[in-house]
Design a binder for this molecule. Structure first.
Ligand code: FAD
Length: 446
């Protein structure tokens, strides 16, 4: 039994220092371990409690990466993130904080960053897949959650499930405690609070003075106008560009597009959805290996070759796309080009088809299915927190971590990387604040 458990329930610990973490997702669990380690390091006495509205902590981690948890990326460059300079400053602060420790990881090679050193220290083995995506060696999200909960248990972190926080009241005097109110009317008092509630941070939870913007779901499928209904469930590898209303290219991705009745899905679409707005145009290039200026000549040469093989039968437009695209996709493209499959090959038809092949246009209506979105854009403004500690400006003892902050990144492990990194920084800083300790110094001991 842990020291904290031996002293009884959360309520009975009124006099001990307390670090309350609201939200038991990726950021909250990393924060709890960082805070508990800092408490241990200083030899001080404090409770670290994770309050989670769900009936168990870590459920959101289990859903990631199709149950495999793409927990980080080998190249977590801040440039990939929304509010990149803030994210870069936070990553630097985490590196400074966690500079020590062994460099050679259990997974082999050298760990490039504090997040990987953190997981290495917890005993997680991982492997790298395409585009630097890191997955646990066991290929299951449960193995990531297990090492986190084992560490929490070893450090005496308390899990408080089925507890939904509804309001955080600021201390009524300097050095006083925060009051965290729950939906059942209960109030917990804490010396430091970390808000790690994820993207759908309830507006009323944080004090009104903390600047926030609305959180909108992104990194999901897009609803579009255009002839996609008949392509439902078909996947096509292509290059997609997102063009703004002014014609500017806002995003470009290469990958698989999954057509849906309402529009398009797939990782490439998820990534461009981060910056998509209604009336933007998605431009799909079905023939990226052929430059636009060569496409017509490519089709002319192809038609000539097919005529050699099939005779006059090969000289109609339907035959031209056979062997190149799935029939349903070919039908839609020919239709969009104003060409019938039985039409004879002609310069005019080839020109029209080349245009559509290199730039099939769909007008964006918005997010296609918000339930499939992986993150929210928005939340607490990054200007509202100190990038060296994630403390809310002007409110010592109050911290925000993870998706609750207005940062997000493309698919590839970047969003979880941010959750862990920001949780580690906030956890350490919150413990120091609660204990009145300085870096490397000692807090008030038991
Ligand atoms: C289906 C899916 C797959 C994904 N796959 C990946 C992936 O493979 N790689 C990747 O990098 N990212 C992935 N993401 C994104 C990633 O899951 C998030 O970026 C990350 O979980 C954010 O961590 P967080 O701790 O900030 O928030 P969350 O993980 O959302 O955790 C917040 C926690 O707070 C709790 N909570 C909320 N409000 C309250 C309250 N008032 N009181 C108490 N508790 C509260 C919630 O129940 C939740 O447990 C995926 C997302 C989804 C939806």
């Amino acid at each position: 039994m842990s020291r904290n458990e031996s002293k009884g329930s959360v309520h009975a610990m009124a006099d001990a220092k307390k670090i309350a973490i609201i939200g038991g997702g990726a950021a909250g669990l990393a924060a709890s371990i960082a805070a508990a380690r800092e408490v241990k390091r200083t030899g001080a006495c404090a409770d670290v409690v994770v309050f989670e509205r769900d009936d168990r902590v870590g459920r959101s981690i289990l859903a990631t990466g199709n149950g495999r948890c793409n927990f980080s990326n080998a190249n977590p460059d801040a440039a990939f993130y929304h509010n990149a300079s803030f994210v870069g400053a936070v990553f630097e602060a985490v590196e400074r904080e966690y500079a020590e420790g062994g460099n050679v990881t259990l997974s082999g090679g050298f760990s490039q960053n504090a997040v990987l050193r953190f997981f290495d220290g917890l005993g997680l083995l991982w492997r790298e897949e395409s585009e630097g995506r890191l997955y646990p060696m066991a290929n299951k999200a449960t193995s990531v959650l297990s090492v986190l909960r084992d560490a929490m248990r070893a450090l005496g972190v308390q899990e408080a499930p089925s507890q939904r926080a509804v309001r955080i009241d600021v201390p009524d005097r300097k050095g006083g405690r925060y009051h965290v109110r729950f939906d059942d009317g209960r109030v917990e008092h804490a010396d430091a609070v970390i808000v790690a509630c994820g993207g759908v941070l309830a507006r009323g939870l944080l004090p009104e003075s903390v600047p926030m913007c609305d959180a909108v779901p992104v990194l999901g499928p897009l609803a579009t106008d255009g002839p996609v209904k008949s392509l439902d469930s078909i996947r096509v590898k292509c290059v997609i560009e997102l063009h703004g209303a002014d014609g500017r290219v806002k995003a470009r991705e290469t990958g698989e597009v999954l057509f849906r009745k309402y529009g398009v899905s797939g990782i490439a679409v998820f990534n461009v959805s981060r910056v998509a707005e209604p009336k933007d145009e998605l431009v799909l290039d079905f023939l990226p290996q052929v430059p636009t200026e060569d496409c017509e000549a490519f089709l002319v040469a192809r038609a000539r070759r097919l005529r050699e093989t099939f005779g006059e039968d090969g000289a109609h437009m339907g035959q031209l796309l056979c062997g190149m695209l799935l029939p349903q996709v070919a039908d839609v493209l020919l239709h969009s080009a104003g060409v019938d499959e039985r039409d004879q090959v002609s310069g005019e038809h080839l020109r029209a088809l080349a245009y559509v092949l290199k730039g099939f246009r769909l007008t964006v209506r918005g997010i296609g299915d918000a339930r499939q979105c992986q993150v929210h854009r928005g939340g607490v403004l990054v200007s509202a927190v100190d990038d060296k500690s994630l403390q809310v400006q002007g409110l010592p003892g109050l911290y925000v971590a993870g998706e609750a902050l207005d940062t997000d990144a493309p698919c590839g492990g970047f969003n979880l990387h941010w959750a862990w990194a920001s949780g580690l920084l906030a956890g350490c800083a919150a413990a120091r604040s609660a204990l009145g300790a300085s870096r490397g110094g000692k807090g008030s001991s038991c």
